[in-house]
Unconditional design. Structure first.
Length: 451
């Protein structure tokens, strides 16, 4: 989890609300998703959560957890592992950069999210989890509200295929600014399945198999799936590998040069490492694969400010803003209900912060309601007897004991069942004024992010 400065938010990103229907924060959604899976795993099967922090986010993350009683988790099952910074460099000769306000101190920056591997090793968490009988580790990012929709399926793929390393992916368009999964073949016969950064993919393809570079195939998409950096590893092999390497990941440097001589950097840079480069250290016998899901069900990152989102929107690209993230969360809930047989109103255009996104009924399905699509179908046995009539309608469902048999909704409805309670919605017609979404002004950073 990182800071929200790039978004235009002064706090930590996991403290941002995923949506405004319930105001659940990202960390709250993640913890509740873990607890929902834990409840289905059986008595005594606690699922641990580790959060990589930094000097900038450690205290704020701990405060968020403590203020909210760990969102229902036990404090013992949540561990914060803090990443340290590394010295910055000023030129190709790797001269060290001094701090601006202290000639006797070095300027430092984060080393990249690849440090998570070393931290899991040195913290002793891998030994602890292995001793507790854990078999898999799932890595996920700080602002992707849909990731737990696809984690159970991807875990199934990892088990079925025997993957030591599984990258969750989405369909990709040529030139899209997202890393791509590819099989790299060396001239000596060695092969590896690994992420290739989007700015490296085109020249690599031109130099090897395709003079046209990164282009779409006859189906209109890239043959290389887009890596969304949600990863699943098999714990026994992962632990053994990190005992050999200490969790060190291959480093790289990506400087911005001051001029065409390419000798001095525009600003100090540092060596970095990326978590998705872990497979580069594996031998040829390791089974490395990927699992592709459609964007709507598993990938809705919030990583751009409203201003940057406008530029993306005008260029015809996904905006990945708080506005799009909120509407995509609702859209995923509505579409899952539709796949279970419900009649759901079509989306209409929704404008905020000078971008336009599709927005249908605001459907929030709490993780406790259903963790998999198979469970969802059992919870919505009414099928087409579930009708959401207008795109402005709001439906919030929370609780493992809720079953939707017969519902006609035109307005807003919240259904909550506490633990152990059974609530069956049958023969219910709801027609009310609902909730109105209006442009926000003067409401602070969070309202400004959404518009």
């Amino acid at each position: 989890g990182g800071l929200g400065e790039r978004l235009g938010y002064s706090g930590i990103k996991v403290e941002l609300p995923c949506e405004r229907a319930t105001d659940a924060t990202y960390l709250q959604l993640y913890v509740h998703s873990i607890l929902a899976l834990q409840a289905r795993a059986g008595e005594g099967k606690e699922i641990p959560l580790a959060i990589m922090t930094s000097d900038d986010t450690q205290a704020k993350t701990l405060d968020l957890l403590e203020r909210n009683a760990y969102f229902g988790a036990s404090p013992e099952q949540v561990t914060l592992i803090k990443q340290e910074k590394v010295p910055c460099l000023t030129n190709n000769d790797a001269h060290l950069a001094l701090a601006k306000d202290d000639a006797y101190a070095l300027q430092t920056k984060p080393h990249g999210h690849g440090d998570v591997h070393a931290l899991l090793h040195t913290s002793g968490l891998l030994k602890k989890w292995a001793a507790a009988g854990k078999k898999w580790i799932v890595f996920f990012q700080d602002t992707n509200s849909l990731v737990f929709r696809v984690v159970p399926g991807a875990l199934g793929v990892s088990k079925e295929k025997g993957f030591q390393f599984n990258s969750l992916c989405v369909p990709r368009k040529a030139k899209e600014a997202i890393g791509a999964i590819a099989e790299l073949a060396h001239t000596d016969g060695r092969k590896m399945t690994v992420n290739v950064e989007y700015n490296q993919l085109d020249p690599l393809l031109r130099a090897t198999i395709n003079p046209d570079g990164d282009v779409n195939d006859e189906k209109g998409g890239s043959p290389f799936p887009g890596n969304i950096n949600q990863l699943i590893v098999s714990l026994p092999e992962y632990k053994a590998q990190l005992e050999k390497t200490g969790g060190q990941i291959e480093e790289f440097v990506n400087p911005k040069y001051a001029d065409d001589t390419k000798t001095k950097f525009k600003s100090p840079t540092r060596l970095e490492c990326m978590m998705q480069d872990y497979p580069k250290a594996l031998d040829a016998s390791a089974k490395v694969g990927f699992t592709v899901f459609d964007n709507w069900v598993g990938y809705s990152p919030v990583k751009n400010s409203p201003a940057d989102g406008v530029g993306k929107f005008k260029g015809g690209n996904p905006t990945h803003t708080a506005t799009s993230g909120e509407m995509e969360l609702y859209g995923c809930g509505a579409r899952v209900l539709a796949l279970a047989g419900a009649k759901v109103a079509e989306s209409v255009d929704f404008a905020a912060n000078d971008i336009v996104v599709p927005a249908g009924p605001r459907v929030v399905l709490h993780p406790s309601f259903a963790c998999t699509f198979d469970e969802m179908k059992r919870k919505v046995p009414g099928g087409d007897k579930i009708k959401i009539l207008s795109p402005e309608s709001v439906l919030v469902v929370e609780g493992e004991g809720v079953v939707l048999e017969d519902l006609e909704l035109d307005g807003a409805l919240v259904v909550k069942a506490c633990a152990g309670a059974k609530v069956t919605v049958k023969g219910l017609k709801v027609s009310n004024k609902g909730w109105t979404y209006k442009p926000a002004s003067g409401g602070g950073e969070i309202d400004a992010l959404r518009g």
